[in-house]
Ligand binder design. Structure first.
Ligand code: ATP
Ligand code: MG
Ligand code: MG
Length: 517
């Protein structure tokens, strides 16, 4: 018998050979998409964490000295940084932030020492830019860029003098008498630890979560601020599937992920640790997902009727595309096809945000995004449905720095009533002017546009490349760190709003990536 490539030639592949082939092709697809960070990127993030550790150690010793603690206590005290979020789970992409929890001792307060003392220390560092204190969030934090990488830095205060670098956040000794904010801030690190303990194979879990995040981003169903499932939600769902099927392959896990969640009886909550859930009252939201770090803690969710509908439609599509993954000629590519916004919607809400300079714009966009849920609800009230496409665009011909969003509308009308959008804008403005961000530093303008007026359609569309191109009229926002290292995103041929990978280029080449019209 002739053997080739490990398989008996002349015989159809066995089930397990097929499984292996499908998993290999899925891993290859992930690698081709460039979503697995390079060694250089990993190293850069390690350096950021280690520098942050150095900063908080110095900060806490300063605070101890200011509080007139004895020299012995000043020497003994310590603070540390624990990475969590997608970085802590080992599934971050090049566009992910670093979620880093600062843990400090009993005498270093959140209001004074963290939000004033540590903020001032960070401000003096040349690596730090776009620093912003987010005080009134459920998990208050300092957000900034460190060497171009976005960092979310919340704070937890423990009732001890010194925090070991490998502090066990599941150990009741460290958790006694802590305040509610510290408890909430610790929940991300605790959730990660529980997930990592629960999954039978770390490698399979990480690969599955990478696949699921890529799918969710491509299909426009990723991101808590835009009303979809965020990184933590998908991490719990992926861990759930991994626990469900112990002798799994990557392809069977991905197919099972869609099978399970396309048929999930929402709003029954997804619970990783059965005994942690004590049913008292109904769980929150349309897609409740429990955090695996304690009873009654759920991932916060911004899901609305519209985003629930779209997410479910995408779960079903995923199930239909993957249920026959062992059939000949199967390809994973369709699953990750970018969402065809232009072909799906006739009308879009255009949200135009602008400010006098980049820093104001960045703060303004952050604030507006934190209120997107109320905008979505208002749009649903007026138009019945909206699909909040998270892609950010920049109108390069405009005078002021700006960011533009286009959200799909399901309206059948030929014309749109202008007073409706004026009403939506007015009520949203009232919402934006409430809360801690009292003085608006930017402008917002809402309008309804036709699909043909979208930047990737009509005159600017890829089908019209034969027209003489003269000036850049729009581009997709490229994160600053990507501009700096000239890692230029490569967009899908079919949907320019979607990044399919990153490519190193010189400046000249990078400029030619902008779409001209
Ligand atoms: N809605 C939420 N409910 C509960 N915890 C949350 C929520 N959003 C974020 N967190 C916590 O903060 C962490 C970081 O969130 P983040 O939004 O940065 O997502 P991520 O999983 O790190 O994915 P990404 O790669 O997009 O950054 C999560 O892992 C989770 O612990
Ligand atoms: Mg993150
Ligand atoms: Mg974050």
């Amino acid at each position: 018998m002739i053997k080739g490539g490990g398989r008996n030639i002349g015989f159809p592949p066995s089930m397990s050979e097929l499984e292996d082939e499908r998993s290999i092709s899925l891993r290859q697809l992930m690698a081709d998409e460039g979503i697995i960070p390079s060694y250089k990127d990993e190293e850069k993030r390690r350096v950021v964490i280690s520098k942050l550790r150095g900063i908080v150690e110095r900060w806490v010793k300063n605070v101890a000295w200011e509080r007139r603690l004895s020299q012995h206590h000043v020497d003994a005290t310590n603070a540390t940084i624990l990475a969590y979020g997608s970085y802590g789970l080992g599934v971050y992409g090049s566009e992910s932030d670093i979620d880093a929890l600062c843990i400090g001792p009993f005498f270093a307060s959140l209001a004074e020492d963290f939000f004033i003392g540590l903020r001032d220390m960070l401000k003096t560092r040349i690596e730090v830019s776009e620093l912003l204190c987010v005080k009134d969030a459920k998990v208050p934090l300092i957000r900034f860029k460190f060497d171009g990488i976005l960092v979310d830095l919340p704070y937890a205060q423990l009732r001890v003098l010194s925090i070991p670098h490998n502090v066990d956040v599941l150990n009741p000794f460290f958790l006694r008498d802590i305040d509610e904010t510290s408890w909430k801030s610790l929940s991300g690190v605790r959730a990660n630890k529980c997930i990592l303990r629960l999954v039978p194979s770390l490698e399979l879990f990480q690969s599955l979560l990478r696949c699921v995040k890529l799918w969710a981003k491509r299909r426009g169903v990723y991101g808590n601020l835009n009303g979809f499932l965020g990184g933590v939600h998908l991490a719990v769902l992926a861990a759930f599937v991994c626990g469900y099927e112990r002798n799994a392959t990557l392809s069977s896990l991905l197919a099972n992920f869609f099978n399970i969640f396309a048929h999930w009886p929402w709003p029954t909550p997804v619970v990783l640790l059965e005994d942690a859930f004590l049913p008292t009252g109904s769980p929150p939201g349309l897609m409740p997902i429990q955090l695996p770090c304690g009873p009654h803690q759920f991932c916060n969710s911004n899901i609305t009727r519209s985003t629930f509908y779209k997410t479910m439609a995408e779960f079903l599509r995923g199930h239909h595309l993957t249920k026959d993954y062992s059939k000949p000629n199967f390809s994973w590519k369709n699953l990750f096809e970018p969402y065809p916004y232009v072909n799906t919607y006739t009308w879009f809400i255009k949200i135009h945000l602008s400010a006098a300079n980049q820093e104001d714009l960045s703060n303004w966009v952050g604030w507006v995004k934190s209120r997107f849920r109320s905008l979505m609800l208002k749009i649903e009230e007026v138009y019945g449905f909206c699909d909040p496409n998270p892609t950010e665009y920049v109108e390069t011909y405009a005078k002021q720095p700006n960011i533009v969003f286009y959200w799909g509308l399901h309206v059948q009308l030929r014309t749109i009533n202008v007073s409706d959008i004026t009403y939506v804008e007015k009520t949203f403005l009232t919402n934006l002017n409430s809360g801690s961000f009292q003085v608006p530093v930017g402008r917002i303008h809402l309008s309804v546009v036709k699909a043909s007026q979208l930047p990737w359609n009509g005159d600017c569309g890829s089908n019209n490349r034969s027209k003489k191109v003269t000036r850049t009229c729009w581009k997709i926002r490229i994160p600053e760190d990507k501009q700096h290292c000239k890692n230029v995103p490569v967009y899908s041929k079919h949907m320019p709003g979607y990044v399919v990978g990153y490519k190193k280029m010189d400046n000249k080449e990078a400029e030619s990536m902008e779409v001209k019209c």
